[in-house]
Ligand binder design. Structure first.
Ligand code: UD1
Length: 421
């Protein structure tokens, strides 16, 4: 096990390149199950969730190499349609294999994902979509058992916009017989990227990038290559690293349009952001952080995956801000840890009320989940003295060696092996 030791209050400067998007890669990888042959995904992030998905796909019989951020996934000899508990419990995105396995092989047995550190995360919408497409679904021994000799096109309307359920429904519908219409489909960039990948495999999808998708099922799909998009959450987190340390830094990230909501909020808080030549430069050298409320919502709104980091940032604002999470109502495990660093935050229902303080002071804190860990890193960078962050395996699920990126910007952050838990 590793921990981070951060000596805070260092100014950052310089430029870093943003890694490939975790959430996008986790959707692209299972999509390869729809084909038979060698698929290529470039710019895949070297994060633990990628390795978990590799293990799961290998367990199903896929042959996989992963070198220089390039995944080659050979799906010509799939021998199993069972996604065991050991993988799904580590990563809920494992449920993404349900749609493609069912569509391609007529059967899938996938462990039911449980709750999350921050509360319940149901998969009812995934299952309802599969049933609409004609699958018979049973839950037995903690597993989802789905059967359908041949899926049939259907109308699927999601009551709630769901990234995962849209991805699963799409991956099932592309091989279903006939036409599927998905309404209230998610339009997160990772889903749009999945739509593009499926089309490059031969899928017929109309309405790409919109809430209404019309899918004309085809008999088979062929292997394809794709360049994964960069990670909008990593990009946004590093921009906040620049802001909270009152520094000027540049990130190489050509998809500013994917993080408009975060950029707008950062500007409201007082920083200047310059966009040019595929780079974003944040200048926060004279910043007095203005208290800025955020409310999370589906894309293109402010992402729930940035809520914890924004909360960390607002701890040092001038005034009180309210941060409301409308996607995950209980996602506030970072709050007690931020308070240990001297923050003044109170959780009321699904909001964090953050009273800005003059300073944070280093302490020992514990990661509880992926984005909570990132919020602690940000707070540690701005805190006086030394912050130790335990259980950073959470962070390693989704950020590719973030300490190296921060070190290259001048932060004093070290990864140290530890027995502490
Ligand atoms: C994905 C992202 C995650 C992000 C989330 C919201 C991946 C691998 N993960 O998760 O990082 O925080 O989107 O942007 O891409 N819901 C149901 N029933 C379901 C499915 C979802 O009620 O069957 C609810 C959820 O509880 C939540 C909302 O729908 O309130 C949105 O969740 P969803 O978009 O499905 O999140 P994930 O795909 O799991």
């Amino acid at each position: 096990m590793d921990k981070f030791i951060i000596n805070g209050k260092r100014k950052l400067s310089g430029k870093v390149k943003i890694s490939g998007a975790k959430n996008s890669c986790l959707a692209l990888m299972p999509a390869t199950l729809l084909t038979e042959g060698t698929n290529v995904i470039r710019n895949a992030p070297e994060v633990n969730d990628t390795y978990t998905m590799i293990k799961l796909l290998k367990e199903l019989g896929a042959g996989i190499t992963f070198e220089n951020f390039e995944l080659q996934i050979d799906t010509s000899k799939i021998t199993s349609q069972v996604a065991p508990y050991e993988h799904v419990k580590k990563m809920r995105a494992s449920v993404y294999v349900l749609g493609p396995l069912l569509a391609k092989y007529g059967y899938a047995k996938v462990s039911m994902p449980g709750g999350c550190a921050w509360g319940p995360r149901p998969v009812n919408l995934h299952l309802e979509a599969m049933e609409k497409l004609g699958a018979n679904i049973e839950i037995e021994g903690g597993y989802i058992i789905a059967n359908a000799p041949k899926l049939k096109g259907a109308n699927i309307n999601f009551d709630i916009s769901s990234v995962g359920a849209t991805g699963n429904a799409l991956m099932a519908a592309v091989l279903a017989k006939g036409t599927t219409k998905i309404t209230n489909a998610a339009i997160e960039p990772e889903i749009v990227h999945l739509e593009e990948y499926l089309v490059s495999m031969g899928a017929k999808i109309d309405g790409i990038g919109t809430n209404t998708l019309i899918i004309e099922g085809v008999d088979e799909l062929h292997p394809a290559e794709i360049e994964n998009i960069p990670d909008r959450i990593e990009a946004s987190t590093l921009l906040i690293a620049g802001a909270i340390t009152k520094s000027k830094i540049t990130i190489e990230y050509p998809f500013a349009n994917h993080i408009e909501a975060v950029i707008r909020k950062l500007e409201s808080s007082g920083v200047v952001i310059d966009k040019a030549n595929g780079e974003l430069t944040i200048d926060a050298r004279d910043l007095e952080i203005r208290a800025t409320d955020v409310t999370t919502s589906v894309y293109p709104g402010f992402p729930t995956d940035m809520q914890a980091q924004w909360t960390a940032y607002m701890t040092l604002a001038d005034g009180t801000s309210t941060i409301t999470d409308n996607i995950y109502l209980d996602r506030f495990k970072h709050v007690p840890e931020l308070n240990r660093l001297g923050a003044d935050i109170e959780v009321r229902n699904n909001s964090a009320i953050v009273k800005g303080v003059k300073k944070l002071t280093g302490a020992k804190v514990m990661s509880t989940d992926l984005r909570a860990s990132a919020s602690l890193v940000l707070a540690g960078l701005a805190a006086e003295g030394t912050t130790e962050i335990l259980r950073i395996y959470h962070l390693d699920r989704g950020y590719q060696r973030i300490e190296e990126k921060l070190q290259s910007l001048g932060a004093d952050i070290k990864r140290v092996p530890t027995e502490e838990y």
